[in-house]
Design a binder for this molecule. Structure first.
Ligand code: B4P
Length: 191
C-alpha cells in the first residue's frame, strides 16, 4: 500500500494536488474538510457540530475528526492506498493516524508539505471565496485566523513526521503542473 499525507496551510493547494495524485497513483482520497462539508450538506449531527468550528476557521475537535477518518478507512476495501488531505492537523491526530495504520498492518510512507507565503494564501483564498460559497473563505479576518491556527496548532505535525524521516517540503508556488511534477518525483521513490 502507498499512504501519503498531503500537508500545508489553508489554500496551499492540497485539494488541487490531491486530485492529480489520486488519478496518477490510483489512491483513495480522504479529505477531512470535504468529509465535513458533505456532513454539513446532509445536515447530520456531526455536520452541525463541525460547522460551528469551520465557519470561524477553528479546528474541529480531535475525537470527532479521528472517529470520522476511522470510519472512512473501515468502509474502504480494495485500495492501493490512501491520500490524507488536511489530516492530520494536530499531534493527537498524527498519533491516532499511526495507530489506525498499524491496526491495518500498514503505515504512512511519506508526508508532502506544500510551502506557500501567507500573502499568496490570503490572495488565493479570498479569490476562491468569490465563488466557493465557503464562509471560511469570505473575509480576511477568518482567513487570518485559519493561518494563525495553522501556525500555532498544525505546524508541529511537520516536526512529528520529520522525526520519522518522512517530511518532504515542496515549493507550492508556480503552475499546478510544475508543483505536481515535484510531488510525483518524491512519490515515485516510494513505489
Ligand atoms: P480544508 O477543507 O482542508 O481546506 P483548506 O485548508 O482551505 O485547503 P483546500 O484543500 O480546500 O484548498 P487548496 O489548498 O487546494 O479545511 C477547512 C476547514 O475544515 C478547516 O479550517 C477546519 O475547520 C476543518 N478541518 C478540516 N480538516 C480538519 C482536521 N483534520 N482537524 C480539524 N479540523 C479540520 O486551494 C486553495 C485555492 O488555491 C483554490 O482556489 C485553488 O484553485 C488555488 N490554488 C491551488 N494551487 C494553486 C497554484 N499553484 N497557484 C495558484 N492558485 C492555486
Amino acid at each position: 500500500m502507498l499512504n501519503l499525507v498531503l500537508f500545508g496551510p489553508p489554500g496551499a493547494g492540497k485539494g488541487t494536488q490531491s486530485e492529480n495524485l489520486i488519478n496518477k497513483y490510483n489512491l483513495t482520497h480522504i479529505s477531512t474538510g470535504d468529509l465535513f462539508r458533505k456532513h454539513i450538506g446532509e445536515k447530520t449531527a456531526l455536520g452541525k457540530t463541525a460547522q460551528k468550528f469551520m465557519d470561524e476557521g477553528n479546528l474541529v475537535p480531535d475525537e470527532i475528526v479521528i472517529g470520522m477518518v476511522d470510519d472512512k478507512i473501515h468502509s474502504t476495501s480494495n485500495t492501493n492506498g490512501f491520500i490524507f488531505d488536511g489530516f492530520p492537523r494536530t499531534i493527537a491526530q498524527a498519533k491516532a493516524l499511526d495507530a489506525l495504520m498499524a491496526k491495518n498492518n500498514t503505515q504512512i510512507n511519506t508526508m508532502l508539505a506544500l510551502k506557500v507565503s501567507e500573502e499568496e494564501l490570503m490572495k488565493r483564498l479570498l479569490n476562491r471565496g468569490k465563488t466557493s460559497g465557503r464562509i471560511d473563505d469570505q473575509n480576511e479576518e477568518k482567513i487570518r485566523n485559519r493561518i494563525n491556527v495553522y501556525n500555532n496548532e498544525t505546524t508541529p505535525v511537520a516536526n512529528y513526521y520529520a522525526s520519522q524521516q518522512k517530511l518532504n517540503s515542496v515549493k507550492g508556488v508556480g503552475s499546478i503542473e510544475e508543483i505536481f511534477e515535484s510531488l510525483s518525483k518524491i512519490v515515485d521513490t516510494h513505489l
